[in-house]
Design a protein around this ligand. Structure first.
Ligand code: ADP
Length: 662
């Protein structure tokens, strides 16, 4: 077998997987080329590759799915290989052939294997003739409604109708009784025709208590096939995976031997020569398992396998495509630790998981050992209407399952993603669920446990503290503005912000937030609850304060009147600013002097009742090793001094009040 040297790889994809492939290219000394559409011009993945080629409009059919454009881009930059990632053209045998016709190495399995697995009926037939167990069902050519009905009846309810050329759960229907059958066949055919251009269906026995367990397989061009153990992906929503873990909580050595043997047989039946995944449905009740399909590409969830095996699957793909034999044998493979992946989506769990779009103003993740982030975004990125709303994949690995779960919980509590609504809180609730902790679940788990209408509880006190955070953040911004306008250090200004009112709404309720600052504190009243807030520190998007003796740290981002706040207690929430109602300046407030940044009071030079003239030194502050002397900007009498020497004060503290005498 001739080996070909790959020097430049064009990545025919976008988002996190484009960045992921580019990373391995770099490590292998291979040049990477990203492609991007209009909407992705500023996306981080474009920067992650060594080169990038613009391939057209945002609509996928005119960019990421346009085969000629992509091959043209590869030729234009001299790329001699294409990695398709997942989705888009990754399982398109015609595209794989087009690459080869253009002397571009296709980093994926041979087009024949892709083709065979593109049809669920043919895939099942091949598996059956190679001794791989398949779900009892019908996968024949006769597609008349009468015959389909007859077959379904003889399989026995419940049955599952599937689009033969389908994917992503589209065109699937569970049918529980005869009366639903014809209607379901007709609508599944319609949906399938619309989505995949073919109305052909297969029918399967529906496994009521099924777990989705898949095996990562790997082949080379020399006939070697190995498996890299299993991943369990039973936690799904609308047949789409939400959580993936490896090893599976139900795996035993005996089961692993049987399933991996079936997976390898399946791969060998196809002369499989790259990365692939053999999916099975495991019947929780009987312990039997059945072949579902082979995905002929790198999977979204490949990182969990990488974490427990220590292998780089993208590197292995590239090596296989170059014609190298597999560099590792089955006997040398072992599982180390436990890995879990969750998919963070821009979607609203409280609104039937509808996708969300918008700008992610703030994105940061905690840095802990064993946490791997595969992400599409950075602060300032946009989640557009054009593409899948996945923001990031969160992967954690621990010595055992409980440790991995607890790390994932920590990651979810401390991940900051502000600006669009995400499923972060939902994922957190998932991690806390006792059945998940016990590993006792099946593919119905989300539907059964969370149902159609999800609503997260938020404690009143926490909500109030978020509003306090929002008001103090806005207040600080106004302070800064004022300070900027007056050019420090003479910017010690009148204070129009004693006794402020902000009005917020959260979900259907409105909240009136009343606050004023005294010496060192802020006094807040919200719905008759009083809060004394001190130790305020605001740095960038971080707001810290002490409330009720407990120090709290929030992250905050605003977008017009929407305020997004994160605190580990409840992931993030969004409140809406209704109105800010500053009171009219009172005479008193006119003479207030304010500290524009956190400071130390060095000395107070005047006392209550003293007469001062414009320019009299009043208070000396120190901040960031610089001294500032506060001077009176008009003649007057000291009404009140609010600070004392040696005191540390947060930004915005009222220092002194002087009544002017004209
Ligand atoms: P797709 O190609 O649309 O992803 P799959 O055949 O891979 O379709 O099935 C997707 C999901 O549907 C599986 O992960 C599993 O949860 C469920 N499923 C598929 N076939 C069956 C079956 N026969 N019984 C029960 N659940 C099934």
């Amino acid at each position: 077998m001739k080996q070909t040297h790959i020097h430049t790889i064009l990545i025919a994809n976008r988002g996190e997987i484009s960045s992921r492939v580019a990373r391995t290219c770099r490590q292998m000394g291979i040049k990477s080329v990203a492609v991007f559409s209009d909407a992705d011009r500023d996306a981080p993945f474009v920067q992650d590759a060594d080169m990038a080629v613009h391939i057209g409009p945002s609509t996928v059919s005119k960019s990421y799915l346009d085969q000629q454009k992509i091959v043209g881009a590869a030729k234009a930059v001299g790329a001699n290989a294409i990695h398709p990632g997942y989705g888009f053209l990754s399982e398109n045998a015609d595209f794989a052939e087009l690459c080869e016709q253009n002397n571009i190495i296709w980093i994926g399995p041979n087009p024949k294997a892709i083709n065979a697995m593109g049809s669920k009926s043919e895939a099942k037939r091949i598996m059956q003739s190679n001794g791989v167990p398949t779900v009892p069902g019908y996968q024949g050519d006769d597609q008349s409604n009468d015959l389909l009905k007859e077959e379904a009846m003889s399989i026995g309810f419940p049955v599952l109708l599937k689009a033969t050329t389908g994917g992503g759960g589209k065109g699937m229907r569970i049918v529980h009784q005869e009366s639903e059958l014809v209607g379901a066949i007709e609508s599944a055919k319609r949906e399938s025709k619309h989505a995949f251009g073919s109305e052909e269906l297969i029918i399967e026995k529906y496994i009521n208590s099924g777990r989705h367990i898949e095996f990562q397989i790997f082949g080379d061009k020399h006939g070697n096939v190995i498996h890299l153990f299993e991943r369990e992906c039973s936690i799904q929503r609308r047949y789409q995976k939400v959580m993936e873990e490896s090893p599976s909580p139900v795996m035993t050595l005996n089961l692993q031997n049987k399933m991996s043997e079936a997976a390898i047989n399946a791969a060998k039946a196809l002369n499989y020569d790259n990365a692939g995944t053999v999916e099975f449905i495991f019947d929780d009740k009987s312990g039997d398992f059945y072949f579902l399909e082979i995905n002929t590409r790198l999977q979204v969830e490949h990182p969990v396998t990488e974490e427990i095996t220590g292998l780089d699957l993208v590197q292995m793909q590239i090596e296989s495509a170059q014609g190298f034999p597999l560099s590792i044998s089955q006997e040398n493979l072992s599982v180390k630790g436990y890995s879990i992946e969750l998919r963070l989506y821009a979607e609203n769990p409280e609104n039937n998981f509808l996708p969300e779009t918008g700008i992610i103003h703030l994105f940061s993740v905690p840095k802990i050992n064993g946490f791997r982030l595969e992400s599409t975004v950075k602060s300032g990125s946009e989640i557009s209407i054009y593409y899948d709303p996945m923001i990031a994949k969160l992967i954690v690995t621990g010595n055992n399952r409980l440790q991995a779960l607890s790390k994932m919980k920590y990651v979810l509590e401390n991940l900051v993603c502000l600006g669009v609504t995400t499923n972060q809180r939902f994922l957190l609730e998932l991690m806390k669920h006792q059945d998940i902790i016990n590993g006792e679940y099946n593919t119905h788990f989300i539907q059964n446990e969370f149902g159609q209408h999800i609503s997260f509880d938020t404690s009143v006190e926490f909500l109030h503290e978020c509003m306090i955070c929002a008001s103090l953040y806005q207040w600080n911004l106004r302070q800064q503005k004022r300070t900027l306008l007056t050019h420090l250090p003479s910017g010690w200004r009148n204070s129009p912000y004693q006794d402020q009112f902000d009005k917020y709404s959260y979900k259907e309720d409105e909240y009136l937030v009343n606050y004023k600052s005294t010496n060192n504190d802020f006094h807040f009243t919200i719905s008759e609850n009083e809060y004394i807030i001190n130790d305020l520190v605001i740095e960038g998007n971080s707001v810290q304060f002490t409330s009720n003796g407990i120090r709290k740290k929030f992250s905050i981002a605003t977008d017009k009147d929407s305020v997004y706040i994160h605190h580990p207690q409840a992931s993030s929430i969004r409140i809406e600013l209704q109105a800010r109602l500053p009171l009219q300046d009172s005479e008193d407030e006119k003479g207030s002097y304010i500290a524009p940044m956190p400071s130390q009071v060095i000395s107070v030079l005047v006392k209550k009742g003293d007469q001062v003239t414009s320019g009299t030194a009043l208070i000396v502050l120190s901040s960031m090793k610089m001294e500032n002397t506060i001077t009176a900007h008009e003649d007057g009498i000291v009404q009140d001094v609010y600070v004392t020497s040696d005191q540390s004060i947060p930004s915005g503290t009222e220092l002194i009040n002087i009544k002017s005498v004209e």
